[in-house]
Design a protein around this ligand. Structure first.
Ligand SMILES: Nc1nc2c(ncn2[C@@H]2O[C@H](COP(=O)(O)OP(=O)(O)OP(=O)(O)O)[C@@H](O)[C@H]2O)c(=O)[nH]1
Length: 373
């Protein structure tokens, strides 16, 4: 098979770098962004070496190690092997390694160590906004604990370079700033969660409203208002494409006596049952609406009047032959139908009126039949 030629309108993609799976692309994007920030830290580290704050060998070793680490992350995430599972896209591992790198950066920075605290704070801020409140506090407390330990170790290894007063001041500021950041992140996450929940509730409410606006509550078929829209849409298509378009108006026979003998609730059950049988017997492109009390309107696209009559006769036969589940024994449902089709100049009202008159003729000529109009 020939490879698909990208259309000139298609945006330029980087499929090999990011992959084609949307989830993998997004996760690789995170790794690449993080690699970019490591590259900036690397440049700062080299600048520190240039200013004599650390040996060149150490600076290059840090740069090489961080780039190699990002390369490993990239390959693992790009392969798609870690896109799902307990740590999708290795997000948590990247975060943990990032915090550890900050401690190494702190230990390597010597006299400029306190500046690394700023980078650490920004790393924590960046990560926190994608976390749950519990994860936010765990990260805040864990990173502060790790920082305190790093300071103790640095002082133990290089007492002059990492003097207690300077480090203690740095730790006190970190103790103030990191919980504040965590509090902010906590609030933002809470707001985001609330917004997401509200959006889901709103979507559900809109779907329910749409359902209420278009469906008949008792039978779940289209309601009369919505069928009016469908009729107009199909009429426009019929005029444009010239395909036949049939309409049938069905009225359940002697429905009043169902109510009188079995009660109104059973009458409702018969209506539901009838609607369900209609839907099951017709084509999926056909549309059924409850038009009035015990009247249903059926719209049959790409169907001529004669074929619609055949469909109605088949339905009548099906109702006569197959007993109705859940309805009192012996209760047989039949209907009278008026069937017609759109002519080139017909309005929707004229077609429905014609179907109504044909249905009336079906009633007066004995019921349980369909008459063409
Ligand atoms: N249970 C129930 N009955 C309804 C509903 N809407 C209309 N009806 C009843 O349907 C009956 C219709 O009666 P008629 O118009 O006399 O028609 P019919 O008894 O079916 O007689 P024909 O149509 O002439 O065969 C009335 O008793 C209405 O009260 C509904 O939603 N539920």
């Amino acid at each position: 098979m020939l490879p698909a030629t990208p259309s000139p309108d298609e945006p330029l993609r980087l499929p090999t770098l990011l992959g084609s799976d949307p989830l993998v692309r997004q996760q690789v994007g995170v790794v690449l962004f993080s690699t970019g920030t490591y590259a900036i830290y690397g440049l700062i580290t080299l600048a520190q070496a240039a200013m004599g704050l650390m040996p060149w060998s150490l600076a290059w070793a840090l740069v090489a190690a961080s780039m190699a680490m990002n390369g490993v992350f990239y390959l693992a995430v790009r392969s798609g092997a870690v896109s799902h599972g307990s740590d999708p896209g290795l997000g948590r591992l990247q975060l943990l390694v990032g915090v550890l790198c900050m401690y190494i950066g702190y230990a390597a920075a010597g006299p400029a160590a306190s500046a690394v605290l700023l980078a650490m704070a920004s790393h924590i801020v960046y990560s926190m906004f994608a976390m749950t409140p519990r994860q936010v506090w765990r990260l805040a407390l864990g990173s502060l604990g790790g920082l305190a330990l790093t300071m103790v170790l640095c002082h133990w290894a290089w007492p002059e370079r990492y003097a207690v007063p300077v480090q203690a001041t740095g730790l006190l500021y970190a103790l103030m700033v990191v919980p504040l950041i965590a509090l902010l992140a906590h609030r933002v996450t809470h707001m985001t969660t609330t917004l997401k929940r509200q959006r889901a509730e709103l979507q559900a409410a809109m779907a329910r409203l749409e359902e209420l606006a278009t469906r008949d509550e008792l039978t779940r078929t289209h309601n009369r208002r919505h069928m009016g829209e469908l009729l107009r849409q199909q009429q426009a298509l019929h005029r444009r494409l010239g395909q036949p378009l049939a309409v049938a108006l069905l009225d359940i026979d002697h429905f009043k006596s169902v109510n009188d003998h079995h009660g109104h609730a059973m009458g409702d059950e018969v209506l539901r049952h009838f609607a369900q049988r209609l839907g099951a017997q017709l084509r999926s492109v056909d549309a059924v609406a409850r038009w009035g009390g015990e009247e249903f309107l059926v719209l049959l696209p790409a169907t001529a009047r004669a074929d619609a009559l055949v469909a109605m006769d088949r339905l009548q036969q099906h109702l006569a032959e197959a007993p109705a589940d859940g309805l009192p024994g012996g209760l047989r449902i039949s209907f009278s139908a008026g069937v017609t089709e759109f002519g080139p100049q017909d309005t929707v009202d004229a077609v429905v009126e014609r179907a109504d008159q044909a249905m009336y003729r079906a009633k007066t000529s004995g019921r349980a039949r369909s008459v063409a109009g």
